[in-house]
Design a protein. Sequence first.
Lengths: 419, 90
Amino acid sequence: MDFVSGLRCRECGRTYPAEALHVCDFCFGPLEVTYDYERVAATISRERIESGPRSIWRYADLLPVRDAAPVDLGAGFTPLVRADRLAAELGLGELWIKDDTANPTGSFKDRVVSVALTKARQLGFKVAACASTGNLANSVAAHAARAGMDSVVLIPHDLEKAKVTMTSVYGGRVFAVQGSYDDVNRLCAELTSEQPEWAFVNVNVRTYYAEGSKTLAFEVAEQLGWQAPDHVVVPIGSGSQLTKVAKGFAELYTVGLLDEEPSVRVSGAQAAGCSPVATAFAEGTDVIRPVKPDTIAKSLAIGNPADGWYALDTIRRSGGACAAVTDAEVLDGIRLLARTEGIFAETAGGVTIATLAKLAAEGVIRSDERVVAMITGHGLKTVEALADVVGPTATIAPTLDSFAEAMAADAASTLRSSL
Amino acid sequence: MIKVRIPAQLRTLTGGVGEVPMEGATVGEVLKGLDAAHAGFAERIFDADGGLRRFVNVFLDEEDVRFLDGLGTPVTDGQTLSIVPAVAGG
């Protein structure tokens, strides 16, 4: 048995049973899973979690579905890496990287999809579907294959090649839509009304799906020895992940797994070419104005973010900040993380690192804080973005002379660039 | 004639029908006409100030009316107006 008590509208408070519902029938507000925290607290313990599987399912007591055999490729329990060299470059103190590139399909989406499809299967769905900027497409196609479900994935037509291949290989249906992600999203929102027998993970089962992101916070706290960090930096696409990370830390305290009430500053990272939340934050308004995205960070290119308002609210209430960085800064961020810590992130990770650097330089993120940056997707997914900025040191003939000549030339150029 | 597409959440108001023909010169007029024909639409899609609720998106053909003139956007015969829940994606 799970500990879900039902669904509740975040806007008007109306309650619903735990079925395939994602918006309030009355006001269209998002539905949120509610739990019987007293029962969770009576059951859950650090020891119970630590003896569980090395995946998100060790936190099943705080997830919206329980299943003896979940739809699972091993999502979660990814490394939390102490990043001293990166911290030194940025003038920070204790810095950690949550390395979600290590998930089965290379992004944090495996967390949410494993939860969504496990719930969808229990609800009787046979088809898994989604609107995706790529990472979700990869994960839905893979998990559907794993579960023996059919899949229907809709993506913008201009995605990175690796993301298209990593989706198509699993044998499901993949539709490349001539439009932006927001166009794809609208199409899927409309399709949900016409194909109610399909589980669109980020539409009609989004309420459950989104809860999977809480496991990022659960893992960070457990990996820090059951302590919350002081500050987390989270990339913003729809804004869902950011709000769920905050919810995750709060829940751990609610059910008695943290000794002290966490006070985690949550900061958001966006690309300048798609920054509706950062813009609202900077302008001090509550209104998220939709934008037409133009950025290499395609996985974050959501111009009309569903949870933008809640992300903004979470950031402000936590004392965090939200910033936007240029595409050039994104590429610098990717290379900085790779060079200092040996972690290759996709463009969204570059957004996170560049925002971390920016907020550190501005003094918003302080050197006396324990900071965690969420790196949510693998660099192999977006290699095109780096085509013009990284490559071989030299192309040489297979001879000792050629090698020596190239080494000397490189040493000279390295010397020049360091002067 | 403007074709209005109704999401599943609002089809209880139209007797289960997903598409309703309407007349009107602007997006706002069409939506108000919809409420006159099928009582209950207004309180579901408009907020207290008469604007669109935060979590309701309205598209004129492919374009979000928030990128146009909102409820004042003119509509012409043969266009499709879609009411779509905003909470999706990501």
